[in-house]
Design a protein around this ligand. Structure first.
Ligand code: ATR
Length: 273
């Protein structure tokens, strides 16, 4: 029997075990996926244990996505650029290879919802933390080349743009004033999370009609940002698809098969509604 895991601190809230175990069952794969609580000071020991006990692969969540890198033998190109890993594959020779499926998961989710014909649109990314950075790299990899990043701290947006080597950084005020230019808007700040002190990163008054508006938060499914966008006639994409697709891409790296993302998104949506 193969086994997989997710390591993080905290870990109890993770929906990954439930999702992967449902996929194993649906696809008749003899495998199991477990959550493991790993504190920062236990990271190295936990990797030794995962190897010794024969895990075939695992996911890494907060706060270990960067710290795990020195323990890996190889990195996929995107993970290397991002300096962050959320998926480890144990290769046939026992070596550990790190991938980052978060950003690609976002793009797959977006394209599952709206198709692949929007690559020429102007994209506005709001936020410049770890999540925004991953999505910015993935957008570039998938051919969304007209990127603007806005953030409360503009220097952080500028830093991502200079790493990527194309696009521009603007202040929140500028983004708000020229919002009608953007065909795709992606909310990547902590706005809208239950514990967040703010609900909207910027005003959506000037939103283009028919714009695609996405949020990476999925609990709640309809963040205040998406509620506002929907009032302004946007096509909204919630954050659940990103979660499902980051898992599906990891699953594919481990097992060579692609699980059912559409059905899983529906199932998890019903649980969250
Ligand atoms: P993650 O890893 O999930 O991306 P993060 O790195 O802590 O989380 O990033 C949080 C994002 O939310 C940042 O873009 C942050 O803006 P700053 O870079 O200016 O800190 C944004 N954010 C957090 N609180 C905010 C607030 N009150 N108003 C506007 N933006 C906020």
């Amino acid at each position: 029997k193969k086994w997989f895991a997710v390591i993080g601190d905290p870990i109890a809230h993770s929906k990954s075990p439930n999702m992967h175990n449902m996929w194993f069952e649906a696809m008749n794969i003899d495998a199991t996926y477990i959550p493991i609580h790993v504190k920062p000071e236990q990271l190295e020991q936990s990797i030794t244990s995962l190897k010794t006990l024969g895990a075939s692969g695992w996911n890494i969540t907060i706060p270990h996505k960067q710290a795990i890198i020195p323990f890996l033998d190889e990195l996929d190109e995107l993970a290397e650029k991002m300096g962050a890993v959320n998926t480890v594959v144990r290769l046939p020779d026992g070596k550990l290879k790190g991938y980052n499926t978060d950003g690609p998961g976002f793009v797959h989710s977006l394209e599952e919802k709206v198709g692949k014909d929007h690559k020429a649109k102007k994209v506005l990314l709001i936020g410049a933390g770890g999540a925004a950075r991953g999505i910015a790299f993935a957008l570039q990899q998938f051919g969304y080349n007209d990127l603007t990043i806005t953030n409360r701290t503009t220097q952080k947006a500028e830093a991502i743009i200079s790493e990527i080597g194309s696009g521009q950084a603007v202040s929140l005020q500028e983004a708000e004033q020229h919002l009608n230019q953007y065909g795709i808007i992606i909310q990547c700040t902590s706005a809208g999370l239950a514990q967040s002190e703010f609900s909207l990163p910027l005003s959506l008054d000037k939103l283009q009609e028919g714009a695609i508006v996405a949020d990476i938060v999925y609990n709640p499914l309809m963040t205040p940002f998406l509620v506002e966008a929907q009032k302004n006639k946007a096509i909204v994409v919630n954050g659940l698809g990103m979660f499902v697709h980051q898992g599906a891409i990891a699953f594919h790296h481990w097992l060579g098969q692609y699980p059912d993302t559409n059905g899983m998104t529906k199932k998890l949506t019903a649980e969250l509604e």
